[in-house]
Design a protein around this ligand. Structure first.
Ligand SMILES: O=c1ccn([C@@H]2O[C@H](COP(=O)(O)O)[C@@H](O)[C@H]2O)c(=O)[nH]1
Length: 235
């Protein structure tokens, strides 16, 4: 896989027209993420459009509901044959298994991946707001193991947790990382960040990077700059 193919760019825009404009600014991007903002506006139209342009699609809807409902939602998504789909690990093992089974039955190529802990949550928030009694690295590891034991293909995790998850969960678990920030980009609301080079060196499979690319005046140049940084560690 080329370094460019490891980068998933979110289409975090409010309309199909703006999504098309962004795609046209970044023809070199092969893997796009559709999240709640765009999907609520555009529905399946944007997924069909991306597939018609031979793009890989990460549908980031982060399902979080009872087992019967997440399984039904997975069956509804199945027809679009997206490449990646998200669910929160905190739905629990019964819900994760129900969702995975439902998706596998109708769209076996779609990989269901579980969010361990949003990358915008700090260790302090986990303890003081969410009242989770585990230390953050232990909590995210437990969420990843729960996903793995439930049969899921992978997890969404912060790059700061990648090295541990790779060591404990093995080579086969897909590790997809938002919260990636080049040294020259603002963290914004992301709390647990590493640079693209650090994330890949730690063992990340895919890097999800939005604003460091899309919020610049020249997204194409920002994307190429990140690819050059990643290419340097491969040679
Ligand atoms: O834990 C998570 C899960 C998903 N995201 C999504 O990734 C992108 C990140 O965008 P940036 O602009 O690079 O911050 C965004 O679409 C989030 O919804 C995440 O950040 N953290």
């Amino acid at each position: 896989m080329s370094v460019a193919d490891r980068i998933i760019v979110p289409l975090d825009v409010p309309s199909t027209a703006q999504a098309i404009a962004l795609m046209e600014q970044l023809p070199q991007v092969s893997f796009w993420k559709v999240g709640l903002e765009l999907f609520v506006h555009s529905g399946g139209e944007i997924l069909t459009l991306l597939k018609s342009r031979q793009k890989r699609v990460f549908l980031d809807l982060k399902f979080h509901d009872i087992p019967n409902t997440v399984a039904a939602a997975c069956r509804s998504v199945a027809g679009w044959e997206v490449d990646l789909l998200t669910i929160h690990a905190t739905v629990g093992k019964t819900g994760l298994k129900a969702a995975h089974t439902a998706l596998q039955a109708q769209s076996p190529k779609t990989q269901l991946i579980a969010v361990t802990l949003l990358t915008s949550i700090s260790a302090r928030q986990l303890a003081l707001e969410l009242k989770v009694p585990l230390e953050l690295p232990e909590y995210t590891l437990q969420m990843a193991l729960l996903a793995q034991e439930s049969g899921l293909s992978g997890v969404v995790c912060s790059p700061q947790e990648v090295a541990t998850l790779r060591r404990v969960c093995g080579e086969d678990l897909l590790l997809v990382c938002p919260g990636v920030r080049p040294t020259w980009a603002d963290a914004g609301d992301q709390k647990r960040t590493l640079t693209p080079v650090e994330a890949v060196t730690a063992g990340a499979d895919y890097l999800v990077m939005g604003r460091p690319i899309t919020a610049t005046s020249d997204p194409g140049t920002a994307f190429e700059r990140i690819c050059e940084e990643l290419t340097a560690i491969q040679s």
